[in-house]
Design a protein. Structure first.
Length: 232
């Protein structure tokens, strides 16, 4: 009942900046009330999609889907603690897919969002005004790509591992994660080059090329969610 009531309340307000501000102000989804409100937003969007209608129209529809994407990301925790947990699991002999997923979360590119109205309030300029009639997602949302801090593979104890199958799986998963981050960057910044889109990131990571059975050398380096082969 509470979820339905929230849907009814939102239906006529989904195309308001204040509603976006409200949605981005919800917690991490751990409070029951936040879970209900988030669910109401997503149910409303899915209902319109199933009806093959044009509601809520662009750029609102894409903006809300970006918000949904940010909600579905894993909750960010203490990366230092995550590294220690990963170390312990590796030392105990675990070589599971779950461990690979946990290691990916430490360095995976992430979507950060705030409302454009809040951004304009915090950083006002005489040359920019908040559009009264939004025409693109960037008129509604301020988005950027980010990631966790640098993690040295040696700190995880990967240098001592001899399980080539596990290392190859980890390398493949890392490449897929980075590819996903690059695709996200293209969607966030459709009007700029990829190198400019990923410059705000600061995390670097390396893995030996032999993990994936490629040529020897320095392996691959990732800056800002971007992997580049550096093979001899």
């Amino acid at each position: 009942m509470a979820r339905w009531a929230a849907m009814v309340f939102l239906e006529g307000r989904i195309k308001e900046r204040a509603t976006i501000d409200w949605a981005l102000g919800l917690g991490l989804g751990l409070e029951p009330s936040d879970t209900i409100r988030r669910g109401a937003v997503l149910d409303l969007l899915d209902r319109w999609a199933l009806q093959n209608g044009e509601k809520p129209g662009e750029p609102w529809r894409s903006a809300w889907r970006f918000i949904e994407e940010s909600w579905r990301q894993p909750i960010v925790g203490n990366n230092g603690v995550k590294v220690i947990f990963a170390q312990d699991r590796l030392r105990s002999g675990e070589r599971s897919g779950s461990l690979i997923d946990a290691m990916l979360e430490i360095v995976a590119p992430r979507l950060e969002i705030e409302s454009s109205s809040r951004s304009y309030r915090l950083y006002p300029t005489p040359y920019r005004k908040l559009p009264r009639h939004p025409k693109k997602v960037q008129d509604l949302l301020s988005m950027r790509l980010t990631s966790g801090e640098v993690v040295d593979p040696d700190a995880l104890g990967l240098k001592e591992l001899e399980d080539r199958s596990f290392l190859a799986s980890l390398a493949g998963a890392l490449e897929c994660t980075v590819a996903s981050g690059l695709e996200l960057a293209r969607r966030i910044y459709p009007d700029v080059g990829l190198e400019h889109a990923i410059w705000p990131l600061f995390a670097w990571a390396r893995y030996p090329a032999q993990w994936s059975g490629r040529r020897s050398g320095d392996g691959a380096r990732r800056k800002s969610g971007y992997w580049r082969e550096e093979c001899e």
